[in-house]
Design a protein around this ligand. Structure first.
Ligand code: GLY
Length: 367
């Protein structure tokens, strides 16, 4: 996996891989939510190898993230994804003060999306947008780790309180009693009253979009690392993980939506398996009383990814095939997805016993 990342440096140059098929990635400018997963892979691979080419390319891409903020290019809750794996990762591995300042600037913009009445971080659209101001989504759980980090880094507890409040709201409203999830949930943004759940990328409002479930497992596991005194976080992650594993088909590769009606397209989503796998690996640490259960689940997902999704082509650019980006819109329905590859690489590094911590509490702060 690391050799593929090294080979891709010259191929991708100043561009960002998004998704792809036939062993090739489609490259784009830094203008969407996917941009930081490639720098994140570069930082993971740099930590593993010490190869300065990887560090230098990731560092050269960082100014394009500052430009995103300066020019307000597609700024949403995805600030967390974008600045955790670019600026925070760079600061963590190189102690670059400019990267730290950029990550804190992004955290301020993310914190400004918090709605005090409903106690959630707004996912999409401008802050207070009449249509989107009342909506948060499951994926937001992977954006709030930037706030936990900013709180620890700056000493200002307000960031962490927002992240914890958002997690509490997500557990209360986006999780259903059976441990399944809504992809998105709306509140009355004036009063904070909960209005109801709805899908965006799943097959229907009452279905179970696999990647949303996986974001929940990983997001609550990361939150539990930051807030070990809050047992509801581990309980939520455990419940989501058990539901995810119970829904898997015979080959353990998730379908894009676990609750498909007859006749709906049966695409798989390998990225959901890679994300859930990273969540399970974290749960082994943060919910040690259930470690054996999580280890069994993690081994099943790793086998499924290696046996059914790994791209064996000797010239492959990507790691895992069979990701589903957006089935309702018909975008990248059976494809490489850059975040699937990022989490596959992170999972492999965790199995190998050496992975830097870009989402949870840095190991230096645990000592
Ligand atoms: N966060 C968007 C997605 O998972 O497709």
């Amino acid at each position: 996996a690391v050799e593929r990342v090294q080979r891709n440096c010259a191929r991708f140059d100043a561009l960002f891989p998004n998704y792809g098929e036939d062993h090739r990635y489609v490259l784009r400018e830094n203008n969407n939510w996917l941009a930081a997963f490639w720098p994140g892979m570069l930082w993971l691979a740099y930590d593993q190898t010490g190869d300065s080419t990887l560090r230098d390319l990731a560092g050269a891409l960082l100014p394009t993230f500052a430009t995103r903020l300066d020019r307000q290019i597609h700024i949403t809750h995805d600030l967390g994804f974008l600045f955790t794996l670019s600026a925070r990762a760079q600061y963590q591995l190189t102690a670059d003060p400019a990267a730290r300042a950029l990550a804190l600037r992004a955290a301020d913009l993310l914190a400004a999306r918090f709605h005090a009445k409903g106690r959630y971080v707004q996912a999409w659209g401008p802050i207070g947008d009449p249509d989107e101001g009342g909506r948060t989504i499951m994926d937001t759980m992977l954006n709030v780790p930037l706030l936990f980090w900013a709180g620890a880094e700056s000493g200002n507890p307000a960031y962490g309180s927002i992240a914890l409040d958002h997690a509490r709201t997500t557990a209360a409203h986006l999780m259903r009693p059976d441990g399944s999830t809504y992809h998105t949930f709306r509140f009355d943004q004036q009063t904070g009253a909960p209005l109801g759940g709805a899908t965006h990328q799943g097959v229907s409002d009452d279905s179970l979009w696999a990647r949303g479930q996986a974001w929940g497992i990983l997001g609550f596991a990361i939150a539990a690392d930051w807030e070990p005194e809050q047992p509801f976080l581990r309980r939520a992650a455990r419940k989501l993980a058990r539901r995810f594993m119970a829904e898997l088909p015979g080959d353990d590769v998730p379908l894009w939506d676990f609750w498909l009606p007859t006749g709906a397209p049966r695409y798989r989503d390998s990225s959901a398996a890679a994300i859930a796998l990273c969540g399970l690996q974290r749960l082994i640490q943060v919910d040690a009383a259930h470690a054996e259960e999580y280890r069994t689940y993690a081994n099943r997902l790793l086998s499924a990814l290696l046996n059914h999704c790994w791209d064996d082509d000797p010239d492959a650019q990507g790691l895992i095939k069979h990701g589903a980006l957006h089935i309702p819109k018909g975008i990248a329905v059976d494809a490489y997805l850059i975040f699937g590859d990022y989490f596959m690489l992170e999972a492999l590094m965790r199995f190998s016993g050496r992975a830097p911590e870009f989402w949870g509490v840095p190991s230096t702060q645990k000592e």
